[in-house]
Design a protein around this ligand. Sequence first.
Ligand code: GAP
Length: 449
Amino acid sequence: MKNTSMEDLVSLCKRRGFIFQSNEIYGGLQGLYDYGPLGVELKNNLKKSWWKSMIYERDDVEGIDSSILTNPLVLKYSGHENTFTDPLVDCKSCGERFRADQVPDYCKKEDLTEPRQFNLMFKTNVGPIEDGNSFAYLRPETAQNIFTNFKNVLDSNPHPLPFGIAQMGKAFRNEITPRNFIFRVREFEQMELEFFVKPGEDEEWHKKWTDLRMQWWEDQGVSKESLELYHVPSDELAHYSKATVDIMYNFPHGLEELEGIANRTDFDLGSHTKGQKELDIDAKVAENTQSNAKLAIQDLETKKWVVPYVIEPSAGVDRGFLAILNEAYKIESLENNKERTVLSLKPHLAPIKIAVIPLKRNESSIVKTSVDLKNELQRSIEGRILLENTGNIGKNYRKHDEIGTPACITVDFQTLDDNSVTIRDRDTMDQKRMKIDEVRPFLAQNYNI
Ligand code: GAP
């Protein structure tokens, strides 16, 4: 099991430009972080990998990208206005507020107020009138506008059941106590799939999606030993869920939720649909008099209208980022009592795919060959190829080990004679000499890029 500390990861992220505290020059704003030049690459690569596995590698899922500002009616009928709360307590001694299950040891029980429910949704004014009625919520999950677009997507891109709609993007929660770096924040990203199935087939699909999602995390480099499934007990289930399995990851601060896979039954479509009385809705839903869309599918054989059940794998991008960073981070001992930090990221996630390093900074022929090689590789490789023109080869190798670049290519004086370069592997530190025209197939074969 890994024993990297959160401080190690925070320090690497700041030093190398993965993640910065947001609004730092004005003292920051709690629970918000900014992704720097390397962080944005890794985060985008993670999202691309999810999108590829959900949309491109399947024929039964469509993607959307909906607005963040959300009509309050959506979150009224989804149940969020009434139930998306956490218990809040005040400490009369220190004057601070905490989530009731996260009170620090220094507050005495007798100093705490009775817990009261605090709604986690952010509101913002919409339009020029600030009368308290013209507001929207910042979506607390990406899921809801998948449900509200159910008919639009199906009318334009018809699918029989089962099929899914996927979305990734920002979600906002006014967490009472944001903590543990990017683990619990107030602005984060989710990758969510709502997979619509025939009622009765939901339990089978729930199991299938749990297996698929576990495998996907392993494919991103998260070791099996660091993952665990947690079957959420019925008294802890969200209001919409018949069953939820959480994929738990052993973060530096403990075993916590990385992704939740919920069986949301027909609660969401049933809550947002018009004509509820004519439909056979199993879930207990509030009466909806304001929706103008029938969110159901006609069974081609029986001609009966069916409100599909939903299986929802919902993953946090930021938590995924943290898990992947933690898995990849290693300090290795070298000869002569030296050590190096290595980020053994899978190549498809690495922020820099290849660094091209001219051995001598001011040697124009070497630099020109390096620039040409960089440009040529960049044309066919998806992701960033970096020209590292600082002249210190040892320092460059250390840097690229630490930021997870799978391989460095060095252009030297011999290159000018015989058109060969050296490729150094991040993990083994082995170096191979080869002709420039062998480089591209070598990278494809060894790094799958
Ligand atoms: N649509 C279902 C849903 O939103 P959730 O368990 O509340 O379910 C799904 O959130 C995922 O979103 C979590 O497993 C977690 O990875 C991520 N997440 C939730 N709240 C978060 C927060 N405050 N900061 C970072 N990630 C968060």
